[in-house]
Ligand binder design. Structure first.
Ligand SMILES: Cc1ncc(COP(=O)(O)O)c(C=O)c1O
Length: 287
């Protein structure tokens, strides 16, 4: 795993890769990242990930050469001879003065890691994830909302709550007590045959997979709504699922110990799971 990493323009062995102790990504969490999945050596929706990264970097005033990153990602995958892989790009504002002053940072740090990705076994998808509601809230008013920043601690703490409860995921409400997302994924639910998901203003990360699912739903003539969703609406939903670039579409079948719908993956979830797989397969063949 990660034998060769890309660091600031060079492909080097992982044990030779070093970052400054004054890097603001490490000291202050002043950085961004993207997690992507490769199938057959091709990164699914790489352009979308790079454009989210570029957009977030612009918001933070972080100068990154997003176009050059495409080649760097592919080089890292090839250097590690990977086919099915998890890839992470991390960009920080770089090294600066010890006291927090980003104007002292002159050169961003760019790190790309890639390792073999082994998906969850099929039986996990057939059973679905169980989740609890986290005590951690998303803040839709935060300047970091919508950005995939190196400040990932809230998500990690929420995930730890899930682990402590013996389940797979933790759902985060926002400051208005509306449903936002899960610790590391977006959420969808189905009521009255309509696919619903919290809107982009609810404090979520606008997931690349979320966007893909909304596109697929429209192609499959499934009605969709991006809107405010209350927690009790999730409990009463017929089906629900979670999405991210690694797990794709994972049915969510239980919340706080109670089944969602029949407690099994629902028909719309299954259609979208299959459509997503088909899309990945098609795009892989096209590149
Ligand atoms: C908090 C959070 N929300 C949503 C997502 C899903 O994003 P994507 O579909 O782009 O992987 C992630 C991905 O890791 C995440 O960390």
């Amino acid at each position: 795993m990660n034998e060769i990493v890309y660091l600031n323009g060079s492909l080097i062995p992982r044990n030779k890769a070093f970052i400054s102790v004054l890097d603001y990504g490490f000291l202050y969490g002043f950085g961004l990242f993207e997690t992507m999945r490769a199938y057959g050596g091709q990164v699914f929706r790489l352009e979308h990930h790079l454009s989210r990264l570029a957009h977030s970097a612009e918001k933070l005033g972080l100068p990154i050469g997003a176009p050059a990153l495409k080649g760097a990602v592919m080089d890292t995958i090839q250097a590690n001879k990977l086919s099915e892989a998890r890839i992470r790009i991390t960009v920080s504002i770089g090294e600066g003065a010890m006291a927090p002053d980003p104007s002292t940072c002159n050169k961003p740090t760019v790190l790309i890691l890639a390792e073999r990705y082994k998906p969850y076994p099929e039986k996990v998808y057939q059973k679905g994830f169980r989740a609890v509601v986290s005590s951690i809230r998303r803040n839709s008013q935060s300047p970091l909302s919508k950005l995939k920043t190196a400040n990932y601690l809230e998500s990690i703490l929420a995930r730890q709550e899930a682990r402590a409860a013996g389940v797979d995921e933790a759902l985060c409400l926002n400051e208005k007590r509306l449903l936002a997302e899960a610790s590391m994924s977006n959420i969808f639910l189905v009521t009255d045959g309509i696919l619903r998901t919290p809107d982009e203003e609810s404090g979520i990360l606008p997931g690349i997979t979320r966007r893909t699912i909304l596109e697929l739903a429209s192609q499959l003539d499934i009605d969709t709504l991006e809107q405010d969703i209350r927690l009790d609406e999730l409990s009463q939903a017929k089906e629900a699922f979670l999405t991210n670039s690694l797990i794709e579409v994972m049915p969510l079948t239980e919340i706080d110990g109670k089944p969602i719908g029949s407690g099994r993956p629902g028909p719309i979830s299954k259609r979208l799971m299959a459509a997503y797989k088909k899309l990945v397969f098609t795009e892989e063949k096209m590149i």
